[in-house]
Design a binder for this molecule. Structure first.
Ligand SMILES: [Ca+2]
Ligand SMILES: [Ca+2]
Length: 250
């Protein structure tokens, strides 16, 4: 064989060896791809690395003892972006943020719902109540002159059975509430209202000097002394009667 032929054969052999090497490498890469993609268990939170070399846990999972396990993102505020007024709900491989009752938003941002300007407010508070918006809620407060829980308000009216007049009580409206207090002529005793004796001191009655003060339950009465006439707060002497008595005594 000529030298030229031998050279040609060597070149051909080199080309064949190179192509075989390329083919072997390509086959190996394909096998790696197939191996990685098929061996990673997506349901267990695994995913194939970008370089196709091996499986790793994807976001939302962490490497457990054998397989990837769900990460509870709700266990710590550092692993979720839920708003302070949102509930974090752990899910398999992920989590969900839901605004708490009384707030609205996408979960990562929640703002108070102003229930007092929403369309359904009319049904929430009574017609005689005022709606007061609060952070995450609202309250209904009965208007002045009404009492109740806000969802129902009734006119404040002192009724006969509200207080016990036989114990000297009278009903008043104070701070938008019905209240029993001691009526005039009574004072607050240890338990109930007790009669005040206006006759014990002339400072506490307006009986005339010539009148007799008679204490009554819750009141008092002035009666002109014998020999005097009047309404008790003013008594005038009866000249003839006085004279007659004088004569009689003599
Ligand atoms: Ca989770
Ligand atoms: Ca609110």
């Amino acid at each position: 064989m000529s030298c030229q032929l031998i050279m040609n054969l060597l070149i051909l052999l080199s080309v064949l060896i190179f192509e075989k090497a390329i083919l072997t490498l390509a086959t190996a890469t394909n096998e790696t791809e197939i191996t990685c993609q098929t061996s990673c268990i997506h349901e267990y939170g695994e995913t194939c690395l970008n370089d196709q070399s091996r499986c790793q846990c994807r976001d939302g999972f962490f490497k457990g003892r054998k397989v990837c396990e769900d990460l509870n993102e709700c266990a710590s505020p550092s692993t979720n972006d839920c708003h302070g007024n949102a509930k974090c709900i752990n899910l398999f491989g992920t989590y969900q943020c839901t605004c708490k009752n009384g707030f609205q938003g996408n979960g990562t941002h929640c703002e108070d719902i102003n229930e007092c300007i929403s369309a359904t407010n009319e049904t929430r508070c009574h017609e005689h109540a005022q709606c007061v918006n609060t952070n995450g809620s609202y309250t209904c407060q009965c208007l002045d002159g009404y009492h109740g829980n806000g969802t129902y308000c009734e006119l404040l009216v002192c009724k006969e059975d509200t207080c016990n007049p036989f114990h000297g009580e009278k009903c008043i409206i104070e701070d938008n509430h019905l209240k029993c207090t001691c009526a005039k002529g009574y004072f607050k005793g240890r338990k109930v209202c007790e009669d005040f004796n206006e006759c014990a001191s002339p400072l506490n009655n307006d009986c005339h000097d010539n009148a007799k003060c008679i204490n009554l339950f819750g009141s008092y009465r002035c009666t002109c002394e014998n020999g005097f006439q009047g309404n008790g707060t003013h008594c005038e002497g009866n000249f003839f009667l006085q004279c007659g008595n004088h004569v009689k005594h003599i």
